[in-house]
Design a protein around this ligand. Structure first.
Ligand code: GLC
Ligand code: MG
Length: 727
């Protein structure tokens, strides 16, 4: 029981629910939706798994079903869908979700904290969830699995080939951002699961970091109960329900509308009306082979349509060409091109009808990344002729249920179909192989088994082979999530600068209370300079470093950079514009380059006349958003309007769910003002500089008599802070 795994999966975009999935409703609701739910179900049924939570975006939007606004959807006692809100509540297409993912991370951390359950493994599906899962993995030191489902570089190539300009692609699809995230995900993923071998070579092969993670090919499974073999229907006692019988009858009727001799064998294809599916190649193969026409009819199910003229360009071309070829080869009475079918019930019946007629399923696509239809056909006992590319290569190798052909050689296609239909023994062999091997290679139960085997093989610091998760080396997230109290202090002239004796005492207190109190610093220094300075004074490594006056935030010894904070403060920040405006003032002297940051512009300025007012005036007139901080009568820092030491503490409190009044905050100067205010326990050391004078009399701010660390000790006493943590 102890060693069972808790897996958190992420599949953020689209409309995700376990029942009545809206596959194909829009471009974000594709096969991935079904994949993640079925994977979750399969994993939850495995004995090695304790719990699976599938995280997705919460959407409360009148234009979509209410189901997507339920915070938790329970699928079984070990599997649920958890919905987290980010970027408002309206539906947003996946390309526009990027700026909101850090919010998703933060809220997921809160969820974990509230439930007190840290996952053993995180698994991200698609680049967006890959990003979220990678952040979780880094913070909590847990293994990270990634499944791309599709990748940006391959998509970009396709869009370029389709004639879109670079500019349009970047604008509409944000593809470069996606690619950059994918590169980063590959850098830290421990395991990448793909559906086919080709995906590894040809898709991940396009990435610079493709040699870093371990890859494992685990094809998705099939719902075997739906795609049962055709002979179940022929046997005297079938247990088909009314819906299935109705579906079968309507498919038969539909086909009979087209065929002069419906009893002939049947060549079947089911695919989207997409040029790459090469439907025209199949019609040509059939149209040019009279012998084949005498043996079998051809049925093409190319999506659902009402009015071809209203379809989008690619589809319209494909459908029009279909009709023209039917006419050219005079295939009336032999070729069926039905306008609609229901995926859920009619598709399995179609395969079974074709199998019963000793027919063949054809997938002659020019490229085929996976080829689920071949597996479905094989499962029902329908032999296949498939393109010698991508997924079908794996499928035919595993299932031995048909023949691979070069899709541009139409004669090769027709010859293969003819061979299977004509040679009864061959047909029987392929039919049987398909039924048996799909049940061996392509069922979710086996997928889950292999998945768990692969996880336990991972040689990362965090996983041992016997499924017991070892403690990772620097699991800063694991530590912070347990903390309820924090001491955050400024460095210069507060923690250091004098009173070495008290500093020693404070360090001892921190050490003795390490389990319950977190230690943070908030400084004007850069992170590099802060770390160096702390080292010089033998100060223990903080759990959190707020550096450059709140322009940056880091966690733990490894200095894990908080992207969440960066994204949060980057809003409406225009560094170049502000610098340009301020450079004009000769009372400002730009500070040394090594103090300047992406989100901090610093000057030296004397406290003369109306300098500050003039700065505000020019920035406001030019509609800049910023935060101005002046300290020690000398330093002027301009930060994004959302950044400051105090706001960074508020962000920490929110993200890690630690109440603000459980923070003890200490400082000495103007750049500490904001963090000292509010409900946290503020402590101002005796040697404070005059800009803090105005805080006298404020609630929750204690002015210590003693200077430097001595003042901090006094503050600890004043608030009975240590005693409070023991309550
Ligand atoms: C530190 C920084 C400087 C900043 C000052 C006040 O000295 O190096 O850039 O202006 O703190 O925040
Ligand atoms: Mg200071």
């Amino acid at each position: 029981m102890k060693n069972k795994l808790y897996i958190q999966m992420f599949s953020i975009h689209g409309l995700l629910r376990a029942e009545n999935m809206e596959m194909g409703r829009n471009a974000d609701t594709g096969g991935q939706i079904k994949y993640v739910v079925e994977l979750g179900k399969a994993l939850s049924q495995n004995d090695n798994i304790k719990q699976v939570d599938l995280f997705t975006r919460l959407i409360a939007d009148k234009t979509v079903s209410e189901d997507y606004s339920q915070p938790v959807e329970t699928i079984n006692d070990k599997f649920r869908i958890v919905r987290i809100q980010c970027g408002g509540k309206k539906y947003i297409r996946k390309e526009l979700l990027w700026p909101h993912l850090d919010e998703f991370v933060d809220k997921t951390i809160k969820f974990i904290r509230q439930k007190k359950l840290i996952p053993d493994i995180v698994h991200g599906h698609y680049a967006d969830a890959g990003y979220v899962a990678s952040q979780m993995a880094e913070l909590f030191g847990i293994p990270f699995i990634f499944t791309g489902h599709s990748l940006g570089r391959a998509k970009k190539e396709k869009l370029v080939n389709a004639g879109l300009t670079e500019n349009a692609i970047i604008k509409k699809y944000k593809i470069d951002h996606r690619i950059q995230i994918e590169e980063e995900v590959l850098k830290i993923a421990d395991l990448i699961i793909t559906s086919t071998n080709q995906e590894i070579k040809e898709q991940y092969g396009m990435y610079q970091c493709n040699c870093l993670p371990i890859f494992s090919v685990i094809p998705p499974g099939l719902d075997i109960d739906k795609f049962y073999p055709y002979y179940h229907d022929i046997l005297p006692e079938t247990d088909k329900d009314e819906i299935e019988m109705h579906a079968q009858a309507s498919v038969r009727e539909e086909l009979n509308r087209f065929f002069m001799q419906p009893d002939k064998s049947l060549i079947l294809t089911i695919c989207r009306p997409d040029k790459r599916k090469n439907i025209s190649g199949l019609i040509k193969a059939y149209g040019e082979d009279k012998e084949l026409q005498s043996m079998a009819n051809l049925a093409i199910f190319a999506g659902i349509r009402k009015d071809i003229s209203k379809k989008e360009e690619n589809e319209k071309d494909v459908l029009t060409e279909m009709l023209l070829l039917m006419d050219k080869y005079d295939l009336y009475g032999k070729m069926a091109i039905p306008k609609k079918h229901s995926f859920e019930y009619e598709v399995p019946e179609l395969y079974r009808i074709a199998a019963e007629k000793k027919g063949v399923f054809v997938n002659a696509a020019l490229t085929e990344p996976f080829g689920l239809s071949l597996i479905e056909a094989a499962a029902t006992g329908l032999p296949t002729v498939a393109t010698n590319d991508g997924g079908p290569q794996d499928i035919i190798k595993n299932c031995k249920c048909g023949i691979l052909v070069d899709p541009v050689q139409t004669e090769e296609i027709s010859h293969a179909i003819r061979t299977i239909i004509a040679e009864t023994d061959l047909w029987k062999k392929y039919s049987k192989n398909g039924i048996i091997n799909v049940r061996k290679y392509y069922i979710w139960k086996n997928h889950a088994k292999k998945y768990i085997r692969e996880i336990s093989k991972l040689k990362t610091s965090a996983v041992k082979t016997n499924l017991r998760i070892a403690k990772p080396t620097d699991p800063i997230g694991r530590r912070i999530i347990k903390l309820k109290h924090f001491i955050v202090t400024d460095i210069d002239n507060t923690l250091t600068g004098g009173d070495k004796e008290s500093l020693k005492k404070l360090l001892a207190i921190l050490q003795n209370n390490q389990k319950s109190i977190g230690f943070g610093i908030a400084t004007g220094r850069t992170v590099e300079s802060a770390v160096k300075h702390l080292g010089k004074h033998d100060i223990i490594h903080p759990d959190v470093i707020i550096s450059s006056v709140g322009a940056e935030l880091y966690y733990g010894k490894k200095l894990h950079f908080s992207r969440g904070w960066e994204t949060h403060i980057s809003k409406q920040w225009n560094r170049a514009k502000i610098k340009n405006l301020l450079d004009k003032f000769d009372f400002l002297k730009y500070q040394e380059e090594d103090t300047q940051r992406k989100f901090k512009i610093s000057y030296y300025m004397k406290p003369e006349k109306d300098n500050i007012a003039r700065i505000h005036a020019i920035l406001i007139k030019n509609r800049c958003r910023y935060n101005l901080i002046y300290s020690h009568d000398k330093y002027l820092d301009i930060l994004p309007f959302r950044a400051s030491k105090g706001k960074a503490i508020r962000y920490l409190s929110y993200k890690w769910d630690i109440p603000l009044n459980n923070f003890l905050v200490c400082g000495d100067s103007g750049n500490d003002t904001e963090m000292l205010k509010g409900v946290s326990c503020g402590v101002i050391v005796g040697n404070y500089s005059r800009e803090l004078e105005s805080l006298k009399g404020s609630k929750n701010i204690y002015f210590a008599d003693r200077q430097y660390t001595g003042g901090i000790m006094e503050g600890l006493n004043h608030y009975k802070f240590i005693e409070k943590t023991r309550l």
